[in-house]
Structures are given as C-alpha cells and as structure tokens.
Design a protein around this ligand. Structure first.
Ligand code: 5AD
Ligand code: SF4
Length: 428
C-alpha cells in the first residue's frame, strides 16, 4: 500500500509540473513516504532525514516533505523533532502536499491535515511497471490486531465504490496493463461498509474485474483469514484470470498467541481454510506473514508456529520479529520475549521456511508455467525475468519482450526463484 501511495505521490507531483530528479542533492522538493509498521523503518527514516537536514542547511530553498504512516503517528511531534521539515501529511491526506505546493508552499506556512478522507487511488498515477498495476479497493482497517499500528494511522475501513474500481481496471487494461493487484489493508472485507444499495462482497468484485477485457491476471493482497468466505473461494475457483496464489497472513501457529493477538481465528480454523482453498483451487501457491516474539510467546507457542509452517508447506513467507508500537494494545502486554530469544526464533523459522520453499520450487522443475515478462533479469542481462501465476520469479532465456505472456519450461530452482527457457509464445 505504501508503494502504491508513492506512485500516486509521484503522479500528483508530475501533474504539478515536477519531474523526478536524478539525485536527492539536485531536487527542489524531497518527499519521504514513510512506513511505521515496525521500528526499523522509523530508524531508517531518522538517518534519511538527518541527511536531508544537512542538505537543507546548504540549500534553504529546498522543500522537505514527510508523508505516510510515520508522519500520521508523529503528527504532534514531527515539526518539533525535525524543525526543517516544511510540510507533513498522513496517508489519507496525500493531496494536501499538492494543495500546499500549488498554493505557493512557504507562502502558506507549515502544516498538515490528518484526515482519512482521500483515496490515493483518485490521484494521477505514475506507474513504474507498464503491464502491472495496483488497484486500491479500500483504505483503513477495522480489525484490532493487538500488535498493529495500521488502524491508528490509516483509520476505519472505507471501501471504494465498485463502479470506480472496475472503471479503473478497464482504463488500465485499455492502456496495456495485463495484471492487476487489488489492494486493501484487509482486502476481502471490502464492500461491507458500502450503502445498502451498493452492498456487495469481495467475490463479486473479483468476478467484475475478471469480466474486464484485457485483464489477464488478477491478484489481491492482503486477505484476513477471518473474512475469507465461501463466495470469495468460489470466485477464485471460477474466474479464469484470478491467479492461483493467496498471501494469507497466519501471524502465529499457536491458538493461544493468536487469541492474544486478537486475530479472531485459531490454528485449526486457519488450517481448515487452507484445506478449503486447496480443494477449490488446484495447484494453489500459499504465502504468509509470521511474527516471532510476541509478548508471552513460549517455546511451545513458537514450536506451534514451526509446526504450522511444516503442515501447510508455504511457498513463501515474510517473517518478522515482533516490534512494539506505541499506542497499540500489545505494547503494554507483560512478558516481553528477550531480544536474543526473538533472534534465535527468527533464525530457525527462516531456515525452515527456506527449506520448504526450496522443496516446493523444486517440484516445479520439468513443468511448463505461464510467465508474464517484466524485463531483463536482475542477475544476468542475457536472461529475461517474469512471474508465474503462482507468483514465483522466473529468470529465463528466449525470445520475448516485457508484457508478453509466455510458456516457460522450468529447468532449475532455488528457494526464491526458478530458471528456465521459453517453450512457446502464448499471446501477444
Ligand atoms: N511487529 C512485527 N510485525 C508486524 N506486522 C505488523 N505489525 C507488526 C509489529 N508490530 C507484520 C504482520 C503483518 C505485516 C504487514 O507486518 O505480519 O501481516
Ligand atoms: Fe493490521 Fe490486523 Fe488490520 Fe492487517 S488486519 S492492517 S495486521 S490490524
């Protein structure tokens, strides 16, 4: 969502006549779009802002803008902490930056708006990828996961109207986009807050996007297991363009920890959902998010996370060390896990995740997979790079250009990528 917002910030600045500078030292306006989900991005921002402050001492006319979730979380303190910041805005008030610059910037003084009123999706877009695009379907989140800062910084969930989403998907397809990723903090609870005459659910939205000519692949992220209901599973099964990949954050394998995280499902319900999805969608790839070191997590709880990973055999997983966020429920829970234990747990979890991912990818060798070509390989300029419908990166040889859908014979694998060569061209 943060990357999507950055594309919109860029698009908005371009519409005001501001192009991208080649280096921060040459920029007239420097914009930081921040994340505050864990402490690490906060620390990195402090270093970046330190550099910006030094630049600004040399060039006082340079504008420094700080947007996004960190700005929202620190709205009372940001100008105090960083006196050289000219303008700040939360994730729901990106247009504020444009208004401020258009109104003459310094002439109107410093300020920020903290509202959650604007869909970034309504702003002009600067697409980094010509054949793939994000489509924001909702903003905010009504869940109350004990560790998570998102509801505090992005506000209550608001769904975008279905007509606007489908119109955007149609415009994108007409401009050559072949793959869309529907985005929401809790993407599959989309639609519940719409007015009664518009009320619908996420499965219907998948079907409507599937019907858009030219949209050949649909992805969505991230669904909450508690909201993954039958109509969404049915739509996944029946819509040809919905990819065989679900990123389904589990967070923990221990029902006790899931309860204190307020995830509202337990281990067995999560496993049931995995079975339902695998029955409905043959050859489904599953990804997940996992947190280690949540307050009170015992060795047994952590073992339960390891055994969940072993039981599901995820194709990929993002693994995080629990990071206390000020103002969240978990930040005041007792029994913090010592740092050293957190790191040990992360290490053994990553080792297991990689071992399983490597085995899952090895199972693809010898198969032919449909790949959307993204461009040259990052590691070998003689090869191309793309993604399978199951969302695995493939480096491959063969005649094709970015935007092609090609059939690639998989010949080798690692825990994160596949390698192969073009078998046939599917469609151009
Ligand atoms: N500490 C560690 N990980 C977190 N996440 C969210 N909040 C925290 C936190 N305080 C993780 C969750 C979520 C992902 C986007 O980030 O796993 O799914
Ligand atoms: Fe955070 Fe939970 Fe909402 Fe995801 S569902 S954004 S983890 S509160």
């Amino acid at each position: 969502m943060n990357a999507h917002d950055s594309e919109r910030i860029k698009g908005m600045l371009e519409s005001l006549g501001l192009g991208e500078a080649t280096a921060p030292e040459e920029a007239d306006v420097v914009v930081f779009n921040t994340c505050t989900i864990r402490e690490k991005p906060d620390t990195r921002l402090a270093a970046y802002l330190g550099n910006a402050g030094a630049l600004k001492r040399e060039r006082p006319d340079m504008v420094v803008a700080v947007g996004g979730c960190y700005a929202e979380a620190q709205r009372e303190r940001i100008f105090q902490l960083y006196p050289f910041v000219d303008v700040a805005f939360g994730p729901g008030s990106i247009p504020h930056l444009g208004d401020w610059i258009a109104a003459g910037g310094f002439a109107v003084g410093r300020g920020r708006f903290g509202t959650h009123e604007h869909f970034a999706a309504d702003l002009p877009m600067h697409g980094e990828r010509r054949f793939q695009a994000w489509v924001q379907v909702s903003m905010g989140c009504n869940s109350a996961c004990a560790y998570c800062i998102v509801p505090a910084v992005r506000g209550r969930e608001q769904s975008r109207r279905p007509g606007e989403i489908v119109a955007e998907a149609t415009r994108l397809a007409e401009s050559g986009v072949r793959e869309i990723t529907l985005l929401g903090q809790n993407v599959n609870s989309w639609g519940r807050d719409l007015l009664p005459d518009l009320r619908t659910e996420f499965g219907e939205l998948l079907r409507a996007c599937d019907a858009v000519p030219g949209v050949e692949r649909i992805r969505f992220t991230s669904p909450h297991p508690k909201d993954f209901r039958a109509p969404v599973v049915a739509a996944m099964r029946e819509c040809a363009s919905v990819c065989e990949h679900v990123h389904l954050p589990a967070q923990s394998g221990s029902s006790r920890i899931l309860k204190s995280m307020r995830r509202t499902y337990d281990r067995s319900r999560y496993l049931q959902l995995v079975d339902t999805l695998r029955d409905a969608v043959p050859d489904l790839a599953l990804g997940t998010d996992l947190i280690v070191g949540f307050p009170g997590e015992t060795d047994d709880d952590f073992e339960a996370t390891l055994s969940l990973v072993g039981e599901v055999r995820f194709d990929s997983a993002f693994t995080f060390i629990y990071s206390p966020r000020a103002g969240t429920e978990a930040a005041s829970l007792p029994n913090p896990v010592p740092e050293a234990v957190k790191h040990e747990r992360l290490e053994s979890l990553v080792e297991l995740v990689q071992r399983i991912a490597a085995a899952r990818n090895a199972e693809r060798v010898g198969r032919v997979e449909e790949v959307l070509v993204e461009g040259p390989s990052r590691t070998d300029a003689a090869l191309l790079r793309g993604r399978t419908r199951r969302n695995t990166t493939v480096n491959f040889a063969g005649p094709a250009v970015a935007g092609d859908l090609v059939e690639v014979l998989i010949e080798e694998s690692t825990s994160t990528t596949l390698r192969g060569r073009v078998a046939t061209l599917v469609a151009v």
